[in-house]
Design a protein around this ligand. Sequence first.
Ligand code: HSE
Length: 297
Amino acid sequence: KKVKIAAPATVANLVCGFDILGLCLHDPYDIMEVELLQEKKIIVKSADGYPLPEDPALNTAGAPLLEMLKELDEPIGFSVIIHKRIKPGSGVGSSAASAAGAVVAANHLLGNRFSKEELVQFAMFGEKVASGVKHADNITPCIFGGVTLIRSIFPLDIVPLSSPPLYVTVIHPQIEVKTADARAILKQQIQLKDAIKQWGNIAGLVAGFLKNDYDLIGRSLEDHLIEPVRSILIPGFDDLKAACKQAGALGGGISGSGPSIFMLSKEKATAGKVEDAMKKIYTDLGIDFHTYLTTIN
Ligand code: HSE
């Protein structure tokens, strides 16, 4: 038995919600071909020649499948072929797509024995391999779709959120930022006054999604904790953000741990202007880039 699936890119954090908020994108996505094997074995291969660790335990798709097999205790396994379209280290959930795609496809081949929450639990082992930390803010929207809140990881408490239609513009400067590195530079202590601003924004953003309040969404896309530290890794960050706001974006910021930057817009025409503004900044700076104009999936 075989299945072929699309594993979409995701935007984690949504500016103020570090490790707890994320949304699923229509584009880009990986294609994964997963086959059920009649022996206890996990094989993961890249269709495009990306070097992948041979040991499945060290692979972002393999580690979650090994966890799934532990639960099953049956003489079965999986072979996975990944067509990588989401660049690793780009900040739009490349590792999460491999991890989430593998378990969703495997679960389908098993007749959907596991719940979505259980799939998130398995897939988090892939994020542990990729970044050293279990975080679920890319995996959860990849599996659930839409906008998701992860109220807690231990125990896992997922809250899918409704949202008004939104256009998402993403620019990826062609540099790689490893999530592990982007986490290592973060401050471990924060000031109460900054925390107050941060949870005001998180609450505002969630309320904005639920109330279809575009202005509230825009006002709440502020980050007083992570962005000031991580933005130094991204060329032209402040100029790019200012130009996007001027072009009419509701707001945005670093996508996941970067270096991609994402912006939300109410109208498609505005999102197009935002994309042009992004392109101009990086063209003027002489930085190679790739952009996506897409919607929430
Ligand atoms: N929440 C994670 C981080 C997402 O910002 O480190 C990584 O893609």
